[in-house]
Design a protein around this ligand. Sequence first.
Ligand SMILES: [Zn+2]
Length: 271
Amino acid sequence: MYRLIIGIILFLSINISAGELKLIGKLESGSLIIGKAEGAIKVTLNKEELPIDENGTFIFGFDRDETGTYFLKVKYAEGNIEAHKLTVEKREYNIQRINNMKKKYVTAPNKELDRIAKEREIKKEYRTKIGDVKKALYKKGFYKPVKRSRRSSVFGSQRILNGVPKNFHNGVDYAAPRGTPVYAMTDGIVVQAADNFYYSGNFILIDHGQGLNSFYLHLSKKDVKEGDIIKKGQEIGEIGTTGRSTGPHLHWGVQWYNKRVDPEYLLGMKF
Ligand SMILES: [Zn+2]
């Protein structure tokens, strides 16, 4: 079987060691898990095959409200198989109820609905490219995309306006003056570098391999273009307040395929 070591060192991590397998991350909704299994030739999560890097690195994540039991199976070149049952715990988020809010602050104006729908389709189209890169480009670890800033909103928070639940906050916000440099969280390839979207403003979407991707919204300036190969900590743009935004800040989002994870879980992850 396996043993569990739970340590609190900046980041609460669970290490499961058995044979060659090592998992880094927290088994909780909205979390990202990085696995290392040297010599692995096949890894499956609930029968879904995950891409493995040449040194046995793989990744998976859980959406904001995902919980339950998952089965992870690792098959090695020598023929032995390791299987683990993973239990993903429910995480609580910050929910704010606001009543008597003026309608114009609750929904987007009617004249923008076509544009919003179009932009949603464009984003979806670009997102189909996520997963094309099978290499673990994120292997060098993660870097905070803004240096001096104030965290103005956390991942997962949700507002219920006049009884209507709005989309939860799918990233973390860092407020900093316009023009503050924004850095790539790790190595990757620029999938989308877009201008002037209704909600997101000017933004960049980066593929980090094996389904891991990050996005940087509301930029005043972009320093990269689609197809660019970028390095961890490389400047990719500058903070702004483009799109639906009330002041200069970076909205930093991270997903594993379409599963929305808490970007702040990545900071402090050592692997
Ligand atoms: Zn935000």
